[in-house]
Design a binder for this molecule. Structure first.
Ligand SMILES: [Zn+2]
Length: 377
């Protein structure tokens, strides 16, 4: 069944008189949760997809790019609900119109059948391998074998969220205090062996779609995601035994509550940041540190020294801890961005303060030279 055939019939029964582009937008919302801004299609300067492009999809079928931008997010529940709730007379008319293309559609199965046709059509446009060419049973057996061997490690690495770009569905369900894991193990490169470096934990939907997908761009993206998350796990283990000064929790509380007027009186010229973070290579990290150092450096220094005097924390010890964290992470070949993030998250886990507050303290130690070496020029 062609996309334009399905679309035309649905528009007749579901559109409430909308024009083609408006109904197209509503239709995509009924079968996915992807916002229009994420559709891969030409946009006008207002950020909306061009009406003419949508009209052409409606009459000639979806482009591969467009289909790929929604194929991992298909969820036809809303569409099926709308179809189930059609008044009987409209439902009869719709079934009759659909029968011209598929005679197996009837009044009892039409919502599910139509949803299946739409999904097949979009998967086809996205360039996925037809379902029947993939041995799904074998893939499920393999996933369950891999879960037994590597499941715990993969779940920890993914932090219990689907690893596919833009998905991030939780890989568990919780009820009455019991956790039930809901996930599958994906072989990133299907032609390679099932070594853990080639495996990712994913939600069942992404797993099922990826079985049909041989897109090389996505494969590369998944390898790079794997690289980032497995490095983070290694880094966690490497710095696991470094303790953070307990008194830092108190200092962060104080920093969190500093008011803007107080801070404005003690701004600092953050010249040295350029010697540590190359603005060309890491512009976002550079700007973030610049801002934090210029607003907070002097005040944070005073707070830390003051707490050191009062015995709330040991400032020298804290400096050593920051140096230690930096050295260990640097040895893991992490980028400056990754190191900054990781020290922030280590402080966050130790103090249970928000990331934003923890970043301020990491920026302080960047300026203070415990984190990052001077760039050789
Ligand atoms: Zn997913």
């Amino acid at each position: 069944m062609q996309f334009n055939e399905i679309f035309t019939v649905l528009r007749k029964y579901l559109s409430d008189g909308y024009d083609v582009p408006s109904f197209f937008r509503e239709f995509v919302q009924m079968i996915t949760d992807v916002p229009e801004s994420d559709w891969d299609t030409p946009k006008d300067p207002s950020g909306k997809c061009k009406d003419n492009t949508l009209k052409s999809y409606a009459s000639r079928g979806l482009s591969k790019k467009f289909a790929r931008s929604i194929v991992y997010k298909l969820d036809t529940c809303n569409l099926e609900d709308r179809l189930h709730n059609l008044p009987r007379q409209a439902a009869d008319g719709l079934v009759e119109d659909m029968n011209k293309f598929d005679s197996s559609i009837n009044i009892n199965n039409y919502p599910e059948k139509i949803a299946d046709h739409i999904c097949d059509n979009i998967k086809d446009s996205a360039g996925l391998v037809p379902q029947e060419k993939v041995d799904k049973d074998a893939a499920m057996k393999q996933s369950s074998r891999l879960k037994n061997n590597y499941g715990d490690a993969l779940l920890r690495e993914s932090q219990s969220y689907c690893s596919f770009p833009g998905c991030a569905k939780p890989l568990y369900k919780e009820s009455y205090g019991k956790t039930q894991w809901v996930y599958e193990v994906v072989m990133i490169d299907k032609d390679k062996n099932n070594d853990i470096s080639n495996l990712l934990a994913a939600c069942p939907d992404c797993h099922a779609t990826y079985l049909l997908d041989n897109d090389s761009k996505l494969l590369k993206r998944l390898l790079s995601i794997k690289n980032v998350i497995s490095k983070a796990t290694l880094a966690d283990l490497a710095v696991g035994d470094i303790k953070i000064e307990q008194g830092l929790t108190t200092a962060l509380e104080k920093i969190k509550n500093l008011n803007v007027q107080e801070l404005a009186k003690a701004t600092f010229d953050p010249k040295k940041i350029e010697d540590k973070i190359d603005p060309k290579k890491e512009p976002a990290l550079y700007m973030l540190n610049r801002t934090h150092v210029s607003s907070y450096y002097l005040t944070v220094r005073e707070i830390l020294r003051n707490y050191d005097k009062k015995g709330v924390l040991d400032y020298e010890e804290l400096q050593e801890q920051m140096k230690g964290l930096y050295r260990k992470l640097k040895k893991k070949n992490m980028s400056q961005m990754e190191i900054f993030e990781h020290i922030t998250s280590k402080i966050k886990t130790s103090t249970r303060h928000e990331s934003i507050i923890c970043q301020i303290i990491v920026a302080y130690f960047v300026q203070n030279c415990e984190v990052f070496d001077a760039i050789s020029k």
